[in-house]
Write a protein that binds this ligand. Structure first.
Ligand code: BGC
Length: 769
């Protein structure tokens, strides 16, 4: 755990330069706009510890897996979103001596991520080895208003000398991926060009053939005036630059303004990319840095208007929740249904930028409430479009009749990870995809989605479950063998309660939706069942038989759902009795020891109780929570939020708050000592859930939003916005009670502590405490 980020409600601030924090800060201060993103690497050369990262959404490489003994059904490749050309580079020489913070005495270092306006700022004073002192101020952003563009203003002031400043803005495509399986480089150069005030570099990914063209255009301001410069073009393999030499006077500032464009062949013909990049550069440089920065502030103001959470009375909690929301908005904007949300977003390489069940289980609730419904619809359509590949994926494993198994890790619908027991056997992800459809429809009432797309996915998923179970002659029940539940600390288990519960829920929901679509849209229903050859009577009869005769492990002594068969054979030593020196167990113990232990990585039975809370009485929820939480090490970032929500449900406000702090400041305080790999973007949606579903007690009940809020002790108030079926509500919880403000033109009724409250269009009311 670290504690160097200064608390501020709208800004993330680091003061003083500590090279040991640099990689963590590079993650925390990352920028993105949904289309591209980057770690907070320095513009100038830095020879200290750094993890370079520039990413272009959807551009990936199928790296060869590293599997010792190949077996049928293993995926061919492990996909990764690539580290792409570095467009922020500006090399600085002071009378021939390189500016490199690793080799300078650094003072007054200040780094700020301004979340309100969406930019990164950095300033410092550096004394070089020969004693030259310069002050540098840099500000940059990835434009939200123009998502293929970014800009940097980099200002240098010689403090104790006058002399020759050599400034070299560059684009470097000779990039490595740290997590490359075979130390290969993934990019080839296609072409490049330089001109007096800029240039571009076009690169192509090996195997996948994506082309990305990255361009720069620059100008200089000296003494407040734009100066014309003559640049020397430099072209090397996978690299372009322009070298400019300027005479600098002591105390006089020189700024370089660097505009950048990053366009990919996903959106244009590869042959047109260079011309399009040039047009973008002309357009943005004509606009100018200040105008772009103003546009950026407006774009962010529009985002915050919809999805800010305001916490009064606790600045650290306020900063943390805004940081989580900020990063989610930087990662995914919902504009493009080919894109998704990697667990690290644009902040690092871990998890390869691929799509996991995190999207459906954790991110969907955030986007459903805080963005236009088309955003979640696009997330669902992403899976709909990959249905064919999910069917192929299941076929590869021996399933048939249109059964679909969605991948645990994917870029384009193909399974692409390289761990069998953990990753592939986590077939529960199939259920999360069905659950997201259910969630989307209950939030939006967009039932047309079901007839057009949703039912087709549901039937394919239900077919998978119906083939994945087998009849146990011994038990005279259906069982589900050889799975891994959300608790990845035990693999290849039999009868994971969560997976089995989710499977039968999927089949029930599929039958319900099939009946609904059949009644409401008979023609569409008929067309669908003929397209997918759904033998309604026969197949639903099998679903019903499984639903009726499924085996769910249960412990009669503890009266809890059993995580899986045999869980209680394990030595039951609670987490509180584990010495701190042995944690986190994933860094301290052998895998063998972890697998044999009773320790649970993240919510498993409790994930099921969270999803299907309405089916269990409060005592059942309490018993299971009290049994499983003390055995849970929360070594997945996805864990604390579910526990926070359930603790809130059980009225345990202190624990709900404790788990909230853990999820919300996970990266800012580097709780798990792994933020240097990137921020935990998908669990940030879980942080949002902890506030809204935990402290706000928000649920959907009887087709209405329902709130059961409480105010955490340290807070004066908290408020958030939620969109629901066309209405937008602001909910403020304070000592006075619950204030409901309808920000939309649509009246709506919500339940507050179980009582219906009509909130008229553009009106507000207070439900007193
Ligand atoms: C978690 C998974 C999750 C993955 C990506 C793992 O550590 O156990 O549930 O899908 O990270 O976030």
């Amino acid at each position: 755990m670290k504690d160097y980020i200064e608390v501020d409600e709208w800004r993330i601030i680091e003061r003083g330069f500590n090279p040991h924090h640099n990689k963590v800060s590079e993650s925390i201060f990352s920028l993105g706009n949904g289309r591209m993103g980057q770690r907070a690497n320095f513009e100038e050369t830095y020879s200290g510890e750094t993890l370079q990262g520039n990413y272009v959404a959807g551009v990936y490489y199928p790296d060869k897996t590293r599997v010792g003994w190949w077996k049928n059904g293993y995926p061919e490749y492990f996909a990764k979103v690539l580290n792409a050309a570095n467009w922020i580079g500006i090399d600085i020489l002071l009378d021939g001596e390189q500016l490199d913070l690793a080799k300078c005495e650094v003072s007054d270092f200040y780094r700020e991520l301004n979340m309100k306006k969406g930019y990164l700022e950095r300033s410092f004073t550096a004394k070089t080895a020969v004693g030259k002192v310069v002050k540098v101020e840099a500000i940059r952003f990835c434009s939200m208003a123009d998502d293929e563009a970014g800009a940097i203003k980099y200002t240098i002031t010689p403090i104790n000398f006058g002399g020759l400043l050599t400034i070299t803005p560059f684009i470097d495509g000779d990039i490595v991926n740290k997590d490359s399986n075979y130390d290969e480089k993934f990019w080839d150069e296609v072409k490049k060009e330089t001109w007096a005030t800029g240039g571009y570099l076009q690169m192509r990914t090996k195997k996948t053939g994506f082309e990305v063209t990255t361009g720069q255009e620059f100008s200089f301001v000296q003494n407040g005036k734009v100066v014309s410069t003559s640049a020397q073009s430099i072209q090397k393999e996978k690299y372009i630059a322009s070298k400019i030499e300027l005479q600098a006077k002591e105390g006089e500032s020189i700024s370089i303004i660097k505009y950048a464009a990053n366009l990919s062949s996903q959106n244009y013909n590869a042959a047109d990319l260079a011309a399009k990049v040039k047009q973008t550069l002309v357009r943005i440089s004509a606009k100018g840095f200040d105008t772009m920065l103003t546009e950026q502030a407006h774009a962010w103001a529009a985002k915050w208007k919809h999805n800010d959470i305001i916490i009064e009375g606790d600045a650290a909690a306020q900063q943390a929740i805004r940081f989580n929301i900020f990063q989610l908005n930087q990662t995914y904007t919902g504009e493009d249904d080919r894109l998704n949300i990697g667990p690290k977003g644009f902040t690092g390489e871990k998890y390869g930028g691929s799509t996991y069940w995190d999207t459906e289980a954790y991110c969907v609730p955030f986007y459903l409430s805080t963005a236009d419904q088309k955003v979640t619809r696009n997330l669902l359509l992403y899976r709909y479009k990959q249905l064919g590949k999910a069917i192929d994926n299941a076929k590869l494993l021996g399933f048939n009749n249109g059964a679909a198994l969605y991948p645990m890790v994917t870029m384009d619908g193909t399974e692409c990870h390289n761990e069998w027991e953990i990753t592939f056997e986590e077939i529960h992800r199939n259920g999360a995809i069905a659950y997201a459809i259910f969630n989307y429809v209950r939030y939006t009432a967009d039932e047309a989605y079901l007839a057009d797309y949703g039912l087709e996915v549901l039937i394919a998923i239900a077919r998978f479950w119906s083939q994945r179970v087998n009849w146990s002659a011994d038990k005279q029940q259906y069982v589900m063998l050889g799975v891994t539940g959300p608790n990845e600390y035990e693999n290849n288990i039999n009868n994971n309660w969560y997976t089995s519960t989710l499977a039968t829920w999927c089949m029930k929901y599929t039958i319900e939706i099939a009946d609904k679509v059949k009644a409401a849209e008979p023609a569409k229903y008929a067309a669908l069942i003929s397209k997918i050859n759904f033998k309604e009577a026969e197949e639903t009869a099998r679903f019903k038989d499984i639903i009726a005769k499924m085996y769910y492990p249960y412990d009669e002594k503890e009266h809890v759902f059993l995580q899986q068969d045999g869980y209680l054979d394990k030595e039951q030593i609670l987490v509180k009795d584990l010495p701190a020196s042995e944690r986190p167990i994933n860094q301290k113990w052998s895998w063998d020891r972890i697998l044999r232990s009773c320790y649970i990585k993240q919510a498993d039975v409790l994930q099921g109780i969270y999803f299907f809370e309405d089916q269990y009485d409060i005592e059942t929820i309490r018993r299971n929570f009290d049994f499983y939480e003390p055995r849970t090490v929360h070594e997945s970032s996805l864990s604390p939020c579910v526990h926070s929500i359930l603790a809130a449900k059980l009225g345990d406000e202190a624990r709900a708050y404790e788990f909230y702090l853990r999820t919300s400041r996970l990266d800012l305080d580097d709780y798990n000592n792994d933020t240097e790999d990137g921020c935990h973007i998908t669990s940030m949606a879980g942080t949002w859930m902890s506030v809204v579903e935990g402290f706000g007690g928000m649920r959907v009940r009887e087709d209405k939003l329902s709130f059961q809020p409480f105010l955490p002790g340290k807070w004066k108030s908290f408020s958030f916005n939620v969109g629901f079926r066309g209405a937008i509500l602001n909910i403020k919880v304070s000592a006075q009670g619950v204030q409901l403000k309808n920000l939309s033109g649509k009246e709506t009724t919500v339940l507050v502590y179980g009582k219906p409250q009509l909130v008229k269009a553009n009106h507000q009311l207070l439900v007193e405490a």
